[in-house]
Design a protein around this ligand. Structure first.
Ligand code: SAM
Ligand code: ZN
Length: 177
């Protein structure tokens, strides 16, 4: 089993399950961010079958990832693939809705990767609280943005608070405050 196999299995799963669990298309962006910022503590929203959590776990030796998903069937499959890829010891899971789990988290993170569905303004407030100063928020799925998603992006364009670049459908925002 390779990480590319897991990407392919995730595509097949998404088609068969008819869910929104398509794997992130721009894995090289995540790898570049990890090389540039060397995060140790990572929080992910949107595990699906574990493709991006595995990719991040494989890309740096002493990285640790907490990942959240509301779909128990996704997490069950992800656990198997983490084991197949020998990254289980670097990943912890939270089952439930991000909006309910994020307020219960105590630690601060170097990197937050949002790959739930539409970026939501109410989650951005929580990401701001959970991200260390100089930490990085990577937000996927900007093409899904509704009006509130537009306000999410507007906030990330506030240059006194965030240093943000956009690549494909993804925002890479370093928290300056
Ligand atoms: C696009 S997929 C994630 C893909 C994954 N990052 C990968 O690259 O394989 C979105 C996932 O987010 C989960 N999700 C969507 N909204 C959520 C929410 N509000 N709270 C928790 N999980 C959510 C869905 O169940 C789905 O598994
Ligand atoms: Zn699914």
């Amino acid at each position: 089993m390779t990480i590319q196999d897991l990407f392919s299995l995730s595509v097949i799963h998404q088609q068969e399950h008819g869910c929104g669990g398509h794997p992130y298309q721009n894995g090289e962006i995540l790898i570049d961010v990890i090389e540039k910022y060397s995060p140790l503590r990572v929080l992910e929203v949107g595990t699906a079958l574990g493709y991006t959590s595995s990719l991040m776990a494989l890309s740096r030796e002493n990285i640790f990832i907490e990942t959240i998903d509301q779909d128990a069937t996704h997490l069950e499959k992800a656990r198997k693939y983490w084991s197949d890829l020998n990254v289980s010891h670097k990943i912890d899971e939270h089952e439930g809705k991000a909006e309910e789990i994020l307020p219960t988290l105590i630690d601060k993170y170097d990197l937050i990767f949002f790959d739930g569905y539409t970026p939501q303004l109410k989650l951005l407030d929580l990401f701001e609280m959970l991200l260390k100063k100089d930490g990085v928020l990577v937000t996927a799925n900007l093409y899904l943005s509704d009006e509130k998603g537009g306000r999410y992006v507007s906030r990330l364009k506030n240059a006194s608070q965030w240093k943000t670049t956009f690549v494909a459908d993804t925002a890479i925002a370093q928290k300056l405050f």
